[in-house]
Ligand binder design. Structure first.
Ligand SMILES: [Zn+2]
Ligand SMILES: [Zn+2]
Length: 258
């Protein structure tokens, strides 16, 4: 049972977490608001950084690779919101292949999330799921966020993946959707264990919503509750906009954005 702790908790700090790098729009085929509606929502809610991360082209109903290629025309800032050009890549197999066409649009991407999805790749063994993620990360430096790693349908060697994130200085997301009653049921205990390992190894995490409608963007309530329960340090949470931009700039990402 969650109880509000004395002293500094992430709940106390949540007003700073004004970035959401895992969001979808109607372009993904199974989401319900447009990119502009997402931006308008962020603008009105004071969310400073919106990462647009549509599913990669191989996801059923997902956009053609030309969509990602053309993201270069999206202004860097709209209505006070920094819009980052992302993609939620599909890890396709144990070799760590990602969506066909990525080679042609990767240079446009600010960042990529890499995820395993049931509609793309059938769950493999724990060893194979783990190796698939390791191979994808080693092959594609654009992958800086690992998506919904707590999905019980894709068991992984959690410690290996957390150590991989440490070695590459990439980020593990704490996916708010995985902690609800809808998507990826049964993720919670995995997410908690992964977060504990991140704490132990000093690995960065980012709160993400995986929003498929604009009203969900920036709502990290369940993720914050989980991290508060294990007294996760705010220092490793990357959602504060200035901290996030500093990290991105250090990697040479979106250096034309202040
Ligand atoms: Zn996903
Ligand atoms: Zn997603």
């Amino acid at each position: 049972m969650y109880t509000v702790k004395q002293g500094n908790t992430l709940e106390d700090a949540k007003w700073k977490f004004k970035s959401d790098l895992h969001t979808h729009s109607i372009v993904s085929g199974h989401a319900y608001t447009t990119l502009m509606e997402n931006i308008d929502f962020c603008s009105s809610e004071g969310i400073k950084i919106l990462g647009s991360s549509e599913h990669g082209p191989h996801f059923p109903g997902g956009p053609h690779e030309a969509y990602f290629h053309n993201m270069r025309i999206i202004p860097r800032k709209i209505k006070g919101v920094t819009v980052l050009r992302g993609c939620e890549l599909n890890i396709m197999n144990v070799q760590g292949d990602v969506d066909p066409g990525f080679e042609r649009f990767r240079k446009v991407m600010d960042y990529c999330i890499a995820s395993l999805h049931e509609l793309v790749v059938a769950p493999m063994s724990l060893e194979e799921n783990t190796q698939a993620i390791i191979n994808a990360v080693n092959r594609y430096p654009e992958i800086i966020i690992l998506g919904h790693t707590g999905n019980p349908n894709y068991p992984i060697d959690q410690e290996k993946i957390v150590k991989l994130a440490k070695e590459k200085d990439i980020i593990i997301e704490i996916n708010n959707s995985s902690l609800g009653n809808g998507s990826r049921k049964g993720s919670r205990s995995n997410c908690q264990r992964i977060a504990e390992l991140c704490m132990e190894h000093g690995v960065k995490v980012i709160l993400s919503t995986d929003a498929h409608i604009n009203s969900e963007i920036g709502r990290f309530d369940r993720s914050i509750m989980l991290l508060d329960e294990i007294e996760f340090p705010e220092a490793l949470v990357m959602n504060e906009p200035e901290k996030l931009m500093r990290y991105l700039h250090e990697r040479g990402i979106a250096t034309d954005v202040d």
